[in-house]
Design a protein around this ligand. Structure first.
Ligand SMILES: Cc1cc2nc3c(=O)[nH]c(=O)nc-3n(C[C@H](O)[C@H](O)[C@H](O)COP(=O)(O)OP(=O)(O)OC[C@H]3O[C@@H](n4cnc5c(N)ncnc54)[C@H](O)[C@@H]3O)c2cc1C
Length: 268
């Protein structure tokens, strides 16, 4: 099928972008790796596509006290290769190669993935585990939203009409584990785990399990793996998909937890 007809604009600055984003029926186009297929399948019928690809400020990766600010237009391939990310937020560098295939990773963006909030996507779970801050900008104001309140449900986020996700800030966390079970390399995850640990404890996020990424709060506080696996059933309420029952998903989450446990439990 072909996409429905739509108007197209490519603003050169944020100042030019905001009035376009405020128009009824406007939709942001970033890497297009999710939006274009959804247009071609007629799942989405925007009146105006606002291509943000020329907003160069959104392509920057910059160091900040305590971590990194990564622009919304930084691609999955750039995240995979960035020395700064590997050093300061290795969880993201470990997650990126699990996203689709190289051709998609060359165009797909961090901001597009976070804004789409696919329940089986890698970055939303990383953002939650890392306690990232998402930076949303509109013509009038900037809002800083913690990942825990940004992801609201199935493909649902806290982005308001007229707002653009411009960047995400990630704290430096060197101890992390990223694991994913998928049917084939490059497929969306059946179940995945993004975990970090520092002196304050563990933060373990699961994805592909519920409608949005979810922190296993009780399991993360457990003193042993056995206790953690038992508590996981309280933390997660998996939803079945076409191929896996809720019980299978819970079992697989336990398998990933067991694989991650030793790394996350080493003394600091
Ligand atoms: C075959 C295939 C396999 C894939 N496998 C995976 C996978 O395993 N894991 C995974 O995570 N993803 C996967 N993807 C999706 C891919 O990672 C996309 O790149 C990503 O989800 C969206 O990024 P994008 O830049 O392409 O966004 P787009 O497709 O351009 O936009 C996606 C949505 O986000 C909105 N949006 C984009 N940028 C912003 C912004 N800065 N602020 C506000 N809203 C914005 C758009 O309006 C749109 O609604 C796959 C895609 C394909 C085609």
């Amino acid at each position: 099928m072909k996409a429905p007809s739509f108007a197209y604009a490519k603003p050169r600055s944020l100042e030019e972008a905001f009035p376009l984003l405020e128009r009824p029926g406007a939709r942001i186009l970033a890497g297009g790796q999710s939006l274009i297929p959804s247009l071609n399948m007629r799942l989405s019928t925007p009146e105006l596509l606002v291509d943000i690809g020329a907003l160069s400020r959104l392509k920057e990766i910059s160091s900040q006290p305590g971590g990194l600010r990564i622009g919304a237009l930084v691609t999955h391939a750039e995240i995979e290769r960035s020395a700064d990310i590997l050093l300061q937020v290795p969880l993201l560098a470990d997650a990126a190669p699990h996203i689709a295939h190289p051709a998609i990773r060359n165009r797909g963006t961090l901001g597009g993935s976070l804004a789409l909030a696919d329940p089986a996507a890698e970055y939303p779970a990383c953002a939650l585990a890392l306690n990232a801050t998402l930076i949303l900008q509109s013509r009038k104001a900037e809002r800083r939203v913690p990942a825990a309140s940004f992801f609201k449900g199935l493909f649902e986020t806290d982005i308001r009409p007229g707002e653009l996700l411009v960047a995400a800030e990630f704290p430096k966390v060197s101890r992390s584990v990223f694991l994913e079970l998928a049917r084939r390399n490059g497929d969306y995850a059946i179940v995945g785990l993004a975990g970090v640990a520092d002196a304050s404890g563990k933060r373990i996020a699961f994805f592909g399990v519920e409608a949005k990424p979810i922190l296993a709060v009780q399991a993360a506080k457990a003193k042993s793996l056995e206790e953690a696996k038992a508590l996981l059933a309280k933390d997660l309420q998996p939803t079945a998909d076409l191929y896996n029952t809720a019980a299978t998903k819970l079992h697989l989450a336990g398998v990933l937890l067991a694989r991650a446990w030793n790394t996350l439990s080493k003394p600091h």
